[in-house]
Design a protein around this ligand. Sequence first.
Ligand code: HEM
Length: 407
Amino acid sequence: MLRAAAQAGPLTELRIGDRPFVLATGPDQTQQILAKRPDVYVKHGHRARPLLGDGLISASGDAWKRQRKLFQARFTVAGTRRWAHHITAAAERIAARWETAADTGTSVDLGRDMRFFALDTIWRTLTGTPLDEVTERELEAVDAVVASLPTLAGARPDPALAVDDALRQIDTTAHRVIGLARARRAEARPEGAPHLLDLLLDTAETRAEYTDRLIRDELVTLLVAGHETTAQTLCWLFVLLDRHPEVHDRFLTGYEAAADPAGRDALLGALVQETLRLYPAVWLVPRHAARDDVLDGLPIPAGTSVLTCPYLTHRSPELWPDPERFDPARFLPDGRRPQHPAAFQPFGIGARACLGQHFALQEMLTLLRLLLPAYRPRLTTPPRGAVFGANLRPDGPVRGTLTAVRP
Ligand code: HEM
């Protein structure tokens, strides 16, 4: 339905159920909404509020500004370097699993491994400790809640998907880990807030708004934002390589021939970017018009729900030649791609763009450097399509077997 609406033009009025929306797929219109008029097009009644509370994703106004400022320096390109050892340790854990699986011919659950990797990485940056299996199982509650979220704010939740128990489990886990961090700090206070939970606890000592509730909300927000999207992107990358073995062959040949690590990273980066173009995990970015506006001549009354849609913009034939084709070469240094800042926006644009984008790219490159040149996964249960839910995810499990590239 969205695709049909997009064909009507870069800005389209549509109804989903009984609710009117304006869908923006053109880069100019998207840029107006997300980057140029953030005071008009705001976040409002976030669909994930029951899970995220007042955490950074759902916060707004001055509270959001303060919350963002607290984390910002930890997630710049330079700030992300402080997490490199955690990212590497989490990646090596998966590489060891894959080595055993390849040696023994056992199948791997790529969906589960990618989720574990992304969760382990963000868990380490929050707490300083590796993710243990009990906590991993407890945090399945997070995935259950995310899967139950309505795609659009205001939609009625499916009554079959009662998630109260899952939300209680998440609270229990969050309060346990906050309590453990407090106890650890009482024994030996870490210097310079080394991990994100320390940063939150340090801040709580001087700023009254950082209550236990807000600390829980920020912890859960970073866990949710920091793992599903990265895990889904990595899964899609393996799905795409499985569907296009010739692209995998070209990648391996180029990787072997690359003159230096920068050349190899450019090839890996292009694979990741092209995956994010075709399957942007955050495929729909909603906003709410806080006051009357006019977009491209179309009156937008206050209260209108406005949707921008990276999935459709990234597949627009006006921007991307042969848009459905999986062609990582578009993202190589000499590749041809549109220059408009909103033509490719998997991490969003404007003030509310992704806090963790450098972290996510660093994470994916670190893992792929270990896995892609060494193994060729063959999917035994390839997904047939995508679920367009809160995130864009494969419509079934992603399992396969591994062949070592150079035995
Ligand atoms: C491939 C991985 C990822 C993708 C595709 C992605 C995508 C996005 C997008 C599109 C937004 C903007 C949403 C909007 O404007 O409404 C966003 C926001 C956000 N992301 Fe990510 N993200 C990824 C990974 C991460 C990671 C690893 C973290 C944390 C370490 C993270 C934390 C956040 C946070 C906190 C926000 C809200 C920022 C704010 O409102 O100030 N994301 N993400």
